[in-house]
Design a protein around this ligand. Sequence first.
Ligand code: T3D
Length: 259
Amino acid sequence: MSNIVFSVENNIATIRLNRPDSFNSINEELGKEFIAALDECASNDEIKCVILTGTGRAFCAGQDLKEITDASKEPQYDKVLDERYTPITTKITKLEKPIIAAVNGVAAGAGANLALACDIIIATESASFIQAFSAIGLIPDSGGTYNLPRIIGRAKAMAFAMLGDKISAEEAERIGMIYKCYPNDEFEEKIQKVAYRISKMAPIGLALTKRSINASWNNDFDQQMQMERDLQIHCFGTADYREGVQAFVEKRKPTFKGE
Ligand code: T3D
């Protein structure tokens, strides 16, 4: 991979979008490598937590607009969505492992919405989020029309989507669009600390937390109570639950095995 830098260390995978000269915008090659990296994160049991970030000044500026306007290529818009943005967004959402968006700079268009599809969104204070679609006559994709109103409410989602305002990381934290915004010099350390904490937690509990909170977008109360019940009973049956309780009683740190 060259458009993505992929690494796994201490049970933490990092997917680093790596086209800094074009603000990590997504072209065909990067899209394919991104999907391959997400597939590896799903299938590799060694990986307990994933960090998604970018190289350089940007997190991701969405679709590579120069690729789309390349006169030598016939743009295949349906293919771009069906083979790139829809699978990437779906794989992030359905990955049964926590994925942290470490938003190191501007996140625009699909870049903003891929960050919002992640489970924990942490930004550096100089980062920003832009629903850049309206400026070029598009609608928010990559889950934007689904996640944005659910996360920040219809009023702000509609205005941000239509106006394409730049939302600072500080404002994003204030309105509950992201988890935290940290000063630039603390950002890397904070990301590593959160990822480390998660990598030591009980993987089945975290996977089912993600599944049930995501399902709550669509379930009614009774369906959600039923789902909570069933998944909690599954958790009660795990060795990690027994270890967590035992460690509490013995006043020691638990060692979870994902069993
Ligand atoms: O097929 C489909 O299109 C469907 C899929 C759609 C999904 C989408 O994501 S649509 C939305 C696409 N993204 C955008 O519209 C964002 C375009 N970029 C910007 O608005 C601005 O670049 C930013 C707000 C992100 C950053 O602004 P600024 O002033 O800090 O930087 P800049 O000078 O504009 O950009 C820096 C470089 O990155 C520049 O290259 P250069 O001129 O120095 O060689 C610029 O061209 C390049 N760049 C930024 N965004 C893209 C890009 N190159 C290609 N594609 C980009 N999206």
